[in-house]
Write a protein that binds this ligand. Sequence first.
Ligand code: COA
Length: 384
Amino acid sequence: MSTTQTAQTTDAFKPGLEGVIAAETRLSSVDGQKGELIIAGFPLEELAAHATFEETAYLLWYDHLPTAAELERFRAELAGYRALPAATLTLLEQVAQVRRPAMDALRIAAGAMDLDARDLDDHGLARLALARIPTIVAAYWRLLHGQAPVEPDPELGHAANYLYMLEGARPTPAKVRGLETYLNTVSDHGLNASTFAARVIIATQSDLVSALVGAIGALKGPLHGGAPGPALDMVFEIGDVSRAESYLREKLERGERLMGFGHRVYKVRDPRAEVLARAAEVMYRDGGDMALYNLAREVEKIAVALLAEYKPGRNLQTNVEFYTALLLHGLGLDTDLFTPTFAVGRTAGWIGHCFEQRATGRLIRPDSRYIGERNRRWVPLEQR
Ligand code: COA
């Protein structure tokens, strides 16, 4: 490496790559100051509550909303891929016997989801992966709980079929709509860690399944995939709005963080929180019991006011985890299914980024700065 290159690299060192623009994308734009999320040209609020998840995936991959004929074909192709190869199911049975968490099972089985695939190009593999990731999660969940996996139902859409495979019963339209909105909301979010991991892998001209397994591995880490459980636990612990202020105040007095508030990028309310709050409201109303939803809303108001009092100038607002927890809980999903369900939605974005990265043909290969020793001398084993 030339001296000039070394000097540039040293000057440009950015731990965590913060602020470094490493890709161009038309998939999503995140503006943390304005609180704006654009998905393939659509403000999130415009897209999330209207689109089916198939429409969102198609939009991300092909940059336009599908026509009726395109959508019908896309849905049929996805439905045709849902069932897992027998060996992948057997693998999941083995994983369930050792009771690994659902994200581990997803990481293990995703690598084996294309065992029966022959000569599929990226677009074929993309359909296979999008279709099978929910099947892996649902089948594993049932195996872990001593139940037989439920065969996918080709008559159902992607979101409805996921709930059906989990519960073994057809979900209500309100639940399906709630899940579609959630999956759309988390389908893409700029160059987050798992998306970057997928792009790095595909940029080596590796295959799409490898890129997705890498992305799942990155999402598994709590700093990315999050832990929406604690946000809901807090609401449950509060139990009644009359206790909210004293409970939250005590936490803040002890220097603890309020789960579900604050964000590294968003310094105003995370736009995803509002979209999910609305979806949760519709779903809880349909279910006939608004108590938890109303309590969460009140807790949110009090928490935001107290955060402004205790952390002035920090702009600590509700984050996506708060309403994710409320929505997914309302869908009947266990907390341990929250991150795998996030993966079901984010797969659409991961694949879109893989398509984009593939098209650039460029290897991702940043530099590192050497800070180790130099001129060490070899010491024979017996003298160390
Ligand atoms: N509750 C109370 N205080 C919070 C807070 C929260 N949720 N989030 C941040 N703060 C405070 C910090 O204590 C810090 O205060 P200080 O300056 O007095 O030390 C200040 O706000 C800035 O915090 P910082 O850690 O720099 O913010 P960040 O942008 O790096 O952090 C998060 C972003 C998401 C890590 C952080 O907001 C957080 O920990 N939130 C709670 C966890 C959460 O909701 N996770 C999601 C799963 S439930």
